[in-house]
Design a protein around this ligand. Structure first.
Ligand SMILES: [Zn+2]
Length: 169
């Protein structure tokens, strides 16, 4: 029996699975719940040959596009991600997802795994930024989200699509 948060994470993982072999879909997904409207989901998407739009950025943009802004008190809004939000961007000058979420007042985040590629080992990096990131304790989601993170970090002589085709959920 999954917690409410893990039921949401399950929906985010299912959304990622449903988009998995589509061109320009990344290996991170996010969902947004506002306590009233049906949730919205997004994956990371390829923006240019080197740049990706991150899943959190995409799902917040989708929400604003659908609803014209945040109608609910922002404390009631939850962002659920397979991978915890980035705290810095290396490829381009775009703001990190953590600072975008903080600036929007969206500080309630639930993730499948902490992004250790950014050197994040516990929640304190996020507390310093001013957002709260809770991580799942469900064994399956810990396993699959860590595996997804490793796909993201791997630099192999395979295309992303080839890596995805070989991925076992
Ligand atoms: Zn990001």
């Amino acid at each position: 029996m999954h917690s409410n948060n893990d039921q949401r994470l399950a929906q985010v993982v299912d959304f990622l699975k449903s988009q998995w072999l589509m061109h320009d879909t990344g290996v991170v997904a996010a969902g947004i719940w506002d306590g009233l409207n049906p949730p919205l989901f997004a994956t990371a998407t390829k923006h240019s040959s080197k740049n990706w739009l991150h899943a959190e950025f995409n799902v917040v943009a989708k929400y604003i596009h659908y609803h014209g802004g945040f109608l609910m008190p922002k404390e009631e809004i939850q962002i659920v991600t397979t991978l915890s939000p980035c705290t810095r961007r290396t490829v381009e000058s775009r703001s990190s997802c953590s600072s975008i979420l903080k600036n929007l007042g969206l500080v309630n985040i639930y993730s499948g795994v902490l992004d250790t590629s950014l050197g994040i080992e516990d929640n304190s990096s996020y507390r310093d930024i001013g957002i709260n990131v809770e991580v799942t304790s469900d064994n399956y989601f810990k396993y699959v989200c860590k595996k997804l993170m490793r796909v993201f970090q791997e630099k192999r002589d395979l295309s992303l699509l080839e890596i995805k085709e070989g991925f076992v959920w």
